[in-house]
Design a protein around this ligand. Sequence first.
Ligand code: E4P
Length: 218
Amino acid sequence: MKFFIDTANLAQIREANDLGVLDGVTTNPSLMAKEGVKGQEAVYNHYKTICEIVTNGDISAEVVSTDFDGIIAEGKKLAAIHPNIIVKVPMIKDGVKAMKWFTDNGIKTNCTLVFSAGQAILAAKAGAKYVSPFIGRIDDSGWDGVQLIEQIARIYTIQGFETEILAASIRSSIHIIKCAEAGADVCTCPLDSILGLLKHPLTDIGLAKFLEDAKKFS
Ligand code: E4P
């Protein structure tokens, strides 16, 4: 399973990248706004900087147009920023049409705001490189997000779809483990959830004892 970090914060992207286990970055308009990035040029420069930090991974950049022509025009500009940019397109009618156009024209896409298996089938049919089910938001509304990952994984295997399942809206380290079990190809996570995977009290207790004993022979 690949690890993406779900943020537009450059310090956090650098920290996750330094860990050596990062395979990419996802952003969205809310995450960009949170960083105070303003104006199209600043936004595009921010994406470029992210691509320069994570040199070996896919970087999702989201369109904010909702009509076919607008999505195509915006997606072309985003894709031109850097070869690692993946154009993130919402699961709406014009979005599906645009993803098919991008697929036919060699531009890779990430289909975002996916909340059902039917939407995931459409994304795969349109040739999206990634499909992003938002599992945390599904849990928040009283449904089971991980179950959706399992269902999409089953369908994609039976049908031989090549779209990768990118589990998004991750809220905890447990979510990451459950998504790995459920067959997600990628998890996009906040930095805390990635670092949370490191933690176990027995590791800390064991290390303290080893270091104490090491003093006896050093
Ligand atoms: C990822 O691509 C999404 O933008 C993100 O995971 C959404 O997460 P949220 O539900 O925490 O906003």
